[in-house]
Design a protein around this ligand. Structure first.
Ligand SMILES: [Zn+2]
Length: 131
């Protein structure tokens, strides 16, 4: 019965493949230099002055950073000088979190393959011992 040897070989290949994917994910994480949680967008608002054009419907546009903190949405006005940096940093944060989530999933799969390898090589050892 060579079945367990084939299973061990398949598990080894899967482990190496996942290890390569893990390296790629780690490279994504290591490449992130700054990260800001949240997203930057234009918020249309009224200033509250009754004689302003916004009272007639032409709303003011303001760039804001929005993020959630302890279950609440926080807003911060973004000045023009910070806009580009914050757009980039929020993008990096999203990329970082996606890579982290993928890493968690991948490592579960990696451990599953390691366990399959263990089962297969232990089975192989028993069969080899009997031969
Ligand atoms: Zn106004």
């Amino acid at each position: 019965m060579k079945h367990c040897f084939e299973r061990a070989s398949r598990a080894r290949q899967d482990i190496l493949r996942l290890h390569e994917q893990e390296r790629e994910l780690l490279n994504v994480l290591l490449a992130c230099r700054s990260a800001v949680k949240g997203s930057v967008y234009e918020l249309k608002t009224r200033c509250g002055k009754s004689n302003c054009v916004c009272a007639q419907g032409a709303l003011h546009g303001a760039m804001v950073l929005s993020w959630s903190q302890a279950g609440r949405t926080k807003l911060m006005t973004v000045v023009a000088a910070d806009l580009e940096r914050l757009v980039r940093a929020t993008g990096e944060y999203r990329k970082f979190r996606q890579a982290r989530a993928a890493l968690v999933k991948l490592q579960k799969g990696l451990l599953r393959e390691v366990d399959r390898l263990e089962a297969a090589i232990r089975e192989a050892a028993v069969k080899t011992g009997r031969d």
